[in-house]
Design a protein around this ligand. Sequence first.
Ligand code: TXA
Ligand code: MG
Length: 342
Amino acid sequence: MFPESSLNDSHSAELSQSQQFNINQAADILRAGGTVAFPTETVYGLGADVSNPHAIRKIYEIKQRPADHPLIVHIGDLAQLSFWAEEIPESAWTLAHHFWPGPLTLILQRSYRIPDCVTGGQRTVGIRMPAHPMARALLNALGQEKALAAPSANRFGRISPTTAEHVRQELGKTVDLILDGGACEVGLESTIVSFHAQLPHILRPGAITASALEAALQSPFLIAAANPIIRTSGSLPSHYAPATPLRIHSTELIGQHASALGAQNLRAVVMPWSGIDLTSLSTHASIQIHSMPADPVLYGRQLYATLRHFDQAELDYLLVEAPPELPEWLAIADRLQRASHH
Ligand code: TXA
Ligand code: MG
């Protein structure tokens, strides 16, 4: 059915014997209709067999996610793209060749093999080939005619998990197995590109920026505003929110805001990235400072774990220094914006 697999044993070779054992066990669970949380380079996913509607329903139950929110289909091999999608535009092939395996999801016409419950009834499907060696080994173990539907492994509306421990906190024993592949390298969900009317649009910004996509396509394209026709749960304003109110303040004003909270004895953490001088805040016992990296790659990698950590610290506020208005910070700005909605 497929040309020779581009996946080979070298990926398995990167894994320890016990990791390989866990992956074989995970593949058995998935074949039997169970659910497995697994690491990807972006965030941890909650996976089930795409072709098994009963298993897919478990994902919605575990996440407590509305059934009309579509899931991303994860494949292990580029050759599988035309198995799960149809009428694939030339530009989609170009992007897939260029960025896969990697943090890019393509929204395409779905093939008849994708059950309705995976796409929330939509005619399109999101497909991505993850780069994490354990995700690849798992997909490889499942074989050429299997794929994993996997949303982020958090409860609906919460921060995505970037470690196996986060998944345990979020989903506990409701999931059959959690594969531990360490902390996610990217730390933010994949860039989502759709091809409405053949033209590529970004539905969700991620580590792969508009300019990287344009360079690969050798043509400029639009960054879409929220598209009301396509349901993207990531574009609900309250998505990715910690329970603690999060406020974004400019470099100039964040110190004053923190100081005003401190004067009222309110508990807050201040998260600067620019190295601004906040030493005057040390007079306020209720205010702590947690410096974030000035490099967007490192910032993105740490963001969710940091928000999760301080969300559990019983603070009144999380105060975040506004990120720079630069393309490589767009995904971070997007997630912070959503996290600040309450
Ligand atoms: O990095 C990622 O993409 C992670 C890892 C696990 O792969 N997955 C992820 O899945 O973020 P989830 O379900 O948390 O977010 C998937 C997003 C949602 O915003 C969903 O609405 C959108 O993809 N999506 C999926 N299929 C779609 C479709 N057919 N049309 C439009 N949006 C779609
Ligand atoms: Mg999610």
